[in-house]
Design a binder for this molecule. Structure first.
Ligand code: GDP
Length: 295
């Protein structure tokens, strides 16, 4: 499970701190040095770690903490609190417009989990009594259209496709189709590439300009560590995304992306993918994630 290494290391730092009884500034500094190492080893991006440790240190060395009866616990509480701040204080939700359909554009690199999460999201929305339409905008690989049809069928969601024609046109037509047929959410499964390239970004920008989505959700593979954050930054710079779906948090990912995405992009993680099945989607709750990290 994600964060195992980080949890273990932080656990050790804090139990050492607890053994001290009363704390002095040097104890806290030493603990913060170890927290910094643990975060870096978990692939949290460097500027984020620096900022995080500075904030915790500033709050922890105050006389209120040092002179309290449980200084170590106070330091742990501060770390917990700052971890939540790092990931977003509130649970980020999908922004539904007052007038349907809500258009959600899924984007991301190939293999990140876009198609899988298009289906997961459809299932999640169906449970909230929404009627999602899934749209095959990845026209470069015929297999991608078939894959969407298969996962769409598995969650009993209708798939709109026009074969291998212009994806901007497909997106536009799908919205008309949704309006005519009573679908209140349109999820566009766009094409990915192995790496970010100009053609991909131009296509995504064109789709965005044409349909003006309510949500642009970037699907990011947490297993790719620091790269996940770089990818999020690039997509956000070019598309001004509205949120992130962080996938494969069930694997042995070190989890750094979960702690870095919001600071680096200013955009919240809205969902976490926690498995290959269509039920394996969770809303991203920063407080629960902080609990998990601190064990
Ligand atoms: P796309 O190219 O971005 O559309 O990626 P896919 O949806 O085809 O997913 C790529 C692979 O990742 C597939 O084998 C999925 O089963 C797998 N996958 C997607 N999401 C998750 C997840 O949250 N956890 C795990 N363990 N595997 C996932």
């Amino acid at each position: 499970m994600a964060f195992e290494g980080l949890s273990d290391k932080l656990g050790k730092v804090f139990s050492k701190l607890k053994n001290h009884g009363k704390l002095n500034e040097k104890d806290v500094k030493e603990a913060m040095r170890e927290v910094k190492m643990a975060l870096l080893e978990a692939d949290v991006s460097f500027p984020v770690v620096k900022d995080f440790v500075a904030k915790v240190s500033e709050r922890a060395v105050g006389s209120e903490v040092m002179n309290s009866l449980t200084p170590a616990q106070q330091v742990i509480d501060i770390v917990h609190d700052e971890l939540i701040q790092l990931m977003g204080t509130d649970t980020a939700r999908i922004d539904f417009p007052s007038k349907p359909p809500c258009v959600i554009m899924m984007c991301g690199l190939q293999g990140a989990g876009k198609t899988t999460h298009t289906a997961k999201l459809a299932k999640y929305l169906k449970k909230q009594n929404r009627r999602p339409l899934l749209v095959a905008c990845d026209i470069y690989r015929p297999a991608a259209i078939d894959q969407l049809k298969v996962v769409g069928a598995s969650v009993d969601a209708h798939v709109f496709e026009m074969g291998q024609t212009n994806p901007v046109k497909i997106a536009k037509e799908s919205i008309k189709y949704a309006k005519d047929n009573g679908f209140d959410v349109v999820i566009l499964d766009t094409a990915g590439r192995l790496h970010i390239d100009e053609d991909l970004m131009k296509e995504l920008k064109d789709i965005k300009a044409e349909v003006q989505p309510n949500e642009i959700l970037l699907v990011v593979d947490s297993m790719t560590g620091q790269d996940a954050v770089n990818v999020a930054k690039s997509f956000n710079d070019m598309l001004d995304i509205t949120g992130v779906i962080l996938t494969k948090l069930d694997g042995d990912t070190r989890g750094g992306a979960a702690l870095s995405v919001l600071s680096v992009t200013g955009k919240p993680i809205k969902f976490a993918g926690v498995g290959e099945k269509t039920d394996d989607l969770e809303q991203f709750h920063p407080n629960r994630m902080a609990d998990r990290i601190l064990g």
